[in-house]
Write a protein that binds this ligand. Sequence first.
Ligand code: NAP
Length: 323
Amino acid sequence: MKPRVVLGYDLPEEARNVLGEHFEVLGPFETEEDRIEAMRDAVGHLGGRISKELLQAAPSLRAISTPSAGYDHLDLEDITRRGIVVMNSSAPLAETTADLAFALILATARRVAELDALVRSGHWTGNEHREHNGVDVHGKVLGIIGLGHIGSGVARRGALGFDMRVLYYSPRHRPDVEASTGAKKVDLDELLITSDFVCITAPLGSETRGLIGRRELHIMKPTAIIVNIARGAIVVEDELAEALRTGVIRGAGLDVFVHEPLPPSSPFMSLPNTVLLPHIGSASDETRSQTAVYAAENLVQYLVFGAPRNVVNPAALEAHLGR
Ligand code: NAP
């Protein structure tokens, strides 16, 4: 009998086929009770949230693969303690998400959504006023917080496509990205003080939660634009909204929020200098499909071939291999 993998979301057929060669594939399930029941004999899980109850019901579980770069939806400490390996899927979605970061940079700088609404409303009366002006993107300073898969893609687009000077704040030096884009590693304050566009592409964790708040916003240029395609909680939302309302910075392009879907009461809703998207960083047909296949292959690599990749909790791997 094939070992069992349980799905937490509706996996595209091509990814299901990758799993089907090696595993009995069950799910997704209509109810959480059914998913928990199926987990009793599962060795792997792909996609969706994982509750404590689900972990407790799965004594044979060895691996969780997520078709996302972020894994802040998982209780990594608990999962690692149980010796379960978590694998993520950054590589296949980085370029598309970097595209979206640039879409937000351009849309916010040139007020695309706001002026589209103006045209549709019939209030376009002439071009003689400055009131439709935006700001240039090309030739400006682009500051990137977190120079990983997505951040490197944003750096390349900025330097090579828009002739931008790139600064980055990230734990490690990236000589490869520096060589291809001229990017310079700086501390956070220097990045915030100097950049015209600040793009957040770091993971959410204890060090980045609330990283950008009132103090950080106040040292930015009043003409600066902030773009967040990482996670909402990296920014203190109320303080960002206040900074946007009072002209401390010029604008914000946001794909991610602390509460998603964004509630109607959010202060961002009434701010015309924001562009708001429904967490669609990697949401293209091609990338969603490729990422699902990649996440399925993560499970095959580890559970079938014993060659784990993209492991975000190596401590669990060590514990597991040591058993
Ligand atoms: P990644 O390759 O792991 O890159 C993250 C980068 O951030 C790494 O270079 C990392 O440095 C750096 N970093 C870690 N801690 C930091 C800190 N305290 N301050 C500044 N930089 C820090 O991940 P990725 O694939 O680029 O994705 C980044 C994040 O984007 C994900 O975690 C996810 O939350 C988000 N995301 C959102 C969407 C969307 O739909 N909007 C799509 C994909 C991803 P080290 O390598 O040295 O640790």
